[in-house]
Design a protein around this ligand. Structure first.
Ligand SMILES: *Cc1c(COP(=O)(O)O)cnc(C)c1O
Length: 225
């Protein structure tokens, strides 16, 4: 059995009902993606617009029901390279970006599914919204400010550390925020995704209530940058 297939099976075996595995294929060649596809994986995520465009084209024929998501920093001048091809943008990290996505969606008569990236790590460097910003923004959302955007939940990354207690505490903050938002903004019918957990911490994330894990290295091996 190929390592990719074996890795996928290991993870899927531990995935609870209702949790989704997103295979993070950034920096890996289309050949590796095709291998995962043939092993049954359908959802893949990329972090760079140009790389996404290239792989979409390369895999359209051989992987007809592949589903793409975007998880990287998205510049507003790159929207048309990304939005037509993805089922979900996980990395919406500013009001400016949100407004531009909304504008694109309305003018293209589309609805774009998004997650709000929230800041839960105990590091300055991680991007994302703070709790109060998310609350303000969703108030605007339920009041009809964003006609082209479907708010599907939140995405977060834990502190980059080996200390499990820190990671767990970060994920607990994400889960608490997610629960609070769902209670407060129940008008948002599709607000169901809590995207936490990567190769190093997906088991902890699932224990804390993750509904979507984003795993690259533990499926495809390390990335050759
Ligand atoms: C790269 C990346 C991942 C996957 O990281 P691995 O450690 O390889 O599993 C998950 N989420 C985001 C936002 C990423 O940029």
């Amino acid at each position: 059995m190929s390592p990719v297939k074996e890795n996928l099976e290991t993870i899927i075996k531990e995935l609870p009902q209702g949790a989704t595995l997103v295979a993070v294929s950034k920096f890996h060649p289309s050949e590796a993606i095709r291998e995962a596809y043939e092993a049954g994986q359908r959802i893949f995520a990329e972090s760079r617009p140009q790389e996404l465009e290239k792989k979409v084209a390369e895999l359209a024929e051989s992987c007809p029901d592949i589903e793409w998501q975007f998880i990287g920093h998205l510049q507003t001048n790159k929207l048309k390279m990304v939005l037509p091809y993805v089922s979900l943008v996980q990395s919406v990290d500013s009001v400016h970006l949100l407004k531009e996505i909304d504008k694109w969606a309305v003018s293209n008569q589309r609805t774009v599914n998004i997650l709000l990236e929230v800041h839960v790590a105990q590091e300055e460097t991680k991007q994302g919204f703070y709790d109060e910003e998310v609350v303000d923004l969703l108030f605007d959302a339920v009041n009809g400010k964003y006609k082209g955007v479907n708010f599907c939940g939140i995405m977060a990354m834990a502190t980059n550390t080996d200390d499990e207690a820190t990671v767990k505490a970060d994920f607990q903050r994400a889960t608490d925020l997610f629960d609070y938002l769902r209670d407060t903004f129940h008008e948002l019918k599709d607000f169901n995704i809590l995207s936490i957990g990567m190769s190093s911490d997906w088991r902890i994330a699932l224990e804390e209530g993750s509904t979507m894990v984003r795993i690259g290295t533990a499926i495809f091996g390390s990335r050759g940058y």
